[in-house]
Ligand binder design. Structure first.
Ligand SMILES: [Ca+2]
Ligand SMILES: [Ca+2]
Length: 192
């Protein structure tokens, strides 16, 4: 393999890592009180719900000094340090969870929370990952349960959304396919 190919591959890998997830902007304001707001709106606090891998970018569009600082005990945490008009701070969220934060100068009133959900990478019930829910998916779940077959991610087989993959999911899928039963329930990263 040529050296140029490897350099290209490493470059592309870096590019893909860099572009993983969306960027969500939150405005830091003090014109309507000390607040964190959804970008370009008066929805404050922003209370943004994002997916794992997304990055929040705080943009200071106020006049006085602020920070975006995770509450004590929040892991992984962040602290922008002092921000002034026009400055920005980015933090990538790599774990699911609830992340409360505040401005250290106005912590009584300037508070917000980022809610991080699993990234959607699969579809519940589509056990073989081909995009459709068919009898072949039932077979995959049966193989997983009784023949050490592979099911990845596990939520693909959790058709009834109760948190585990059991025979009841096979029954659920069969009912969906042949008896007009309810559709598989979105769960965890199977939320497509
Ligand atoms: Ca399928
Ligand atoms: Ca289940």
């Amino acid at each position: 393999m040529s050296r140029i190919f490897w350099i290209w591959l490493i470059f592309m890998a870096g590019f893909i890592t860099e572009s993983w997830g969306a960027k969500i902007r939150i405005d830091i304001r003090d014109d309507i009180g000390f607040k964190f707001c959804r970008a370009g709106t008066n929805i404050c606090p922003a209370r943004e719900t994002i997916a794992v891998g997304d990055t929040v970018e705080w943009v200071h569009i106020g006049f006085t000094s602020h920070t975006t600082t995770s509450d004590s005990g929040v892991t992984p945490g962040w602290d922008s340090g002092l921000m002034t008009t026009g400055s920005t701070f980015r933090f990538p969220f790599s774990q699911t969870g609830i992340f409360p934060y505040h401005c250290i100068f106005h912590s009584e009133v300037q508070r917000d929370t980022v809610y991080v959900q699993p990234a959607c990478i699969a579809k519940a019930g589509d056990a073989n990952g081909d995009g459709n829910i068919l009898l072949s998916d039932v077979v995959v779940v049966i193989n997983f349960l009784f023949k050490s077959g592979v099911l990845s991610p596990l939520c693909r087989g959790n058709a009834n959304g109760d948190g585990s993959v059991l025979l009841s999911d096979v029954v659920y899928l069969v009912n969906f396919l042949f008896k007009s039963g309810a559709a598989p329930v979105k769960n965890n990263e199977c939320c497509l």
